[in-house]
Write a protein that binds this ligand. Sequence first.
Ligand SMILES: [Mg+2]
Length: 177
Amino acid sequence: MFSIKKIRFFQPDMMFQTIYDITPEVLLNQGIKAVLFDIDNTIAPYDIAAPTNEMKAYFKSLEAAGLKMAFVSNNKRERVHIFNLDLGYFYVHNARKPFSNGVRACIRHLGIPKENIVCVGDQIFTDCMAAHGAGLEFYMVAPVNKKESRFFRIKRFFERPFIKAFKERIRKGQKSE
Ligand SMILES: [Mg+2]
């Protein structure tokens, strides 16, 4: 029988309201040494071209904890390049998530074991699939932009059962895997 609860591939490994809740302490406690971030709606809305001071301070706090960062974005080169100007991280643009090639390129670049790298994103059907496809855990955040297009609202609707299954799993105290 098909059971949606069994499909861990489509479930985040942890959920947070915003990236700022994914503190250096949270990451270090999980043994994380590097974080691959989605940009749009995970860190910033589409119309914010460069990181705000709050965003920069957040990334500095991760750097201060010895963490490495990279961006994996489905957006075009110009968007990612401009967003990354002051940060200077490794990035993959046009990553074509849910395919995992972009995530894998970051893993190779970092040279860090998979169990010490995590992906952070706002979408199941792109970010989560790309992360799990490459063998990484996926931490999900709520999308920063509340005003989304109809296409995205439809996607969110289909994400719901997986989010619900995740929350149920956590409630039952089962360890994520
Ligand atoms: Mg996104």
